[in-house]
Structure formats: structure tokens, C-alpha cells
Design a protein around this ligand. Structure first.
Ligand SMILES: C[S@@+](CC[C@H](N)C(=O)[O-])C[C@H]1O[C@@H](n2cnc3c(N)ncnc32)[C@H](O)[C@@H]1O
Length: 240
């Protein structure tokens, strides 16, 4: 049951159904509806916006991009389309600690897709080749604050050009609106539950400023930007 009243001045201590054990069929149905929601709510837009604005140096060829917590892999497949449309040669890796998620992401990809799907916990993962960019979507709110800071430091260590976090923005309006939207849209019951819970577990600007500072990143090194509806993104482009 979702709580009807919450204190949005701090992160809710609630758990998501998709983080609990479930069958591959159940996870597939949930991730499909999450991907549908991503498309409907234009969730790829902030990441594509950032990619378009990046000045890619000639040595970043092919451009190696890692998607952490890739889930269904729809975000990375969207990047593959972006690269194809622009003639950018890429090597794409989708990482998820859930082996069912990477199997589902692989089966949802077209035969001609060259994305590599890897099962590992990000904190135990050492990329085989240097990574130019790390992206993530709807991932950081799954972590405790100390682990978000570790993740920021991990990305700083492992990327050559930068990284992009695309997550939700905690707030009452988004919490209640998504409850109504997901019910009317008839979305999978995990998405109907986990969507509002994710919003309640997400961060606000002050949280990101604090966590970036603890991770050793100053105000001028990151851009924290909101996108409608209900997204709050953190971008880092390293000076070249
Ligand atoms: C809500 S899903 C996001 C899926 C997709 N990125 C999207 O935007 O729809 C979060 C994913 O992060 C994965 N995850 C959570 N903790 C992880 C970790 N420490 N390392 C790698 N993946 C992790 C989960 O298994 C889950 O598939």
C-alpha cells in the first residue's frame, strides 16, 4: 500500500517491488511498462540533450558509453539510434546487477544491435577498456546517500569525458500525479507502486549539491538541471 501522506522534506524509507525477488516474467512485464512510461514522459530527452551539447574530441572514437542500472535497456537503445543518426561510432555497454534484467534487455534488442549487456554490481565492476561517458537513469534513488557519493566518485575515476545522471525529483505534486496517471494508463502494478515510491525516494537540488561536494565536486564542475515532468539531472562534462 502506498502512503497517502508523506513528508517530502526528506527521502522516504520505502522499498520498491522491483528490488524484491520476482520471476523473470514479472520483471519483464514491469520493465516493458517502465520503458513505455519513459517514452510517454520523454525521459530520454535530458540525456540526448546533453549528448548533443557535448564537444566530442576526435580521440573519443569509438565513443564508449556505459549505462549503469540499464534495466530494460531502452535508454541505451535510444543512444544507439542517436549515434546511428549522427554517424557517431559507439561501443555501448548496459550494466545491471540483476541477471534477469540484462537477459531481458538483450532479448528486447534487435539482432543488428551491438550493445553488450553485462551483469554486475557497479561497485564491483571494472571496465575492460576506458569509458568515455557513464549515464544512468532512475538508478541513483535506489542507493543510500553514502553509495550515491561512492557512485559519483566511481564515475569520476572511470570516465574520460564525463557522466550524466537522469533521475526523479522528489515532490508531492509528482508523487500524487503519477499515482493517478499510472492508474489511468493501466500500467503494471510494480510501476504503479514503484513510480510514486521512486519519486519519494529521490533527491532535490540541495541533496545533489551536498553529495557532489562530499564527492569532491565543486558547484562549477556539475550542472544540476530539472526537466519536466519530474526529472532532476546532474551532468558533468570534464574539461578537455
Ligand atoms: C528502476 S531500474 C532503471 C531501469 C532503466 N535505467 C530505466 O531508466 O528505466 C533500476 C535498475 O538499477 C539496477 N541496480 C540497482 N542497484 C545496482 C547496482 N549496485 N549495480 C548495478 N545495477 C543496479 C536494478 O537491478 C534495476 O534494474
Amino acid at each position: 500500500m502506498l502512503p497517502n501522506t508523506l513528508d517530502f522534506s526528506r527521502r522516504a524509507q520505502l522499498t520498491e517491488r522491483m528490488d524484491e525477488p520476482c520471476s523473470r516474467e514479472e520483471l519483464r512485464a514491469c520493465l516493458r511498462d517502465l520503458a513505455k512510461t519513459n517514452r510517454w514522459l520523454m525521459a530520454y530527452r535530458p540525456m540526448l540533450h546533453w549528448l548533443n551539447a557535448l564537444a566530442l574530441p576526435p580521440h573519443a572514437h569509438p565513443l564508449r558509453i556505459l549505462d549503469v542500472g540499464c534495466g530494460y535497456g531502452d535508454g541505451l537503445r535510444r543512444i544507439e539510434q542517436w549515434a546511428k543518426a549522427r554517424g557517431v561510432q559507439v561501443e555501448l555497454t548496459g550494466l545491471d546487477r540483476n541477471a534477469d534484467a540484462t537477459a531481458i534487455a538483450s532479448e528486447a534488442s534487435a539482432a543488428e544491435s551491438n550493445i553488450q549487456w553485462v551483469t554486475a554490481d557497479v561497485f564491483a565492476y571494472a571496465p575492460q577498456k576506458p569509458v568515455h561517458l557513464v549515464v544512468s537513469s532512475l538508478f541513483t534513488h535506489h542507493l543510500a546517500e553514502a553509495d550515491v557519493i561512492r557512485f559519483l566518485q566511481w564515475m569520476e575515476r572511470h570516465t574520460e569525458l564525463g557522466w550524466f545522471i537522469n533521475d526523479l525529483s522528489r515532490g508531492a505534486i509528482s508523487y500524487y500525479s503519477f499515482r493517478i496517471f499510472s492508474k489511468l494508463a493501466g500500467l503494471h502494478n510494480f510501476v504503479r507502486h514503484d513510480g510514486p515510491v521512486s519519486i519519494a525516494r529521490s533527491f532535490v537540488r540541495e541533496d545533489w549539491r551536498r553529495m557532489c561536494a562530499v564527492a569532491g565536486l565543486g558547484d562549477r564542475e556539475v550542472v544540476i538541471k530539472g526537466f519536466k515532468p519530474a526529472r532532476l539531472c546532474v551532468a558533468r562534462s570534464k574539461p578537455q
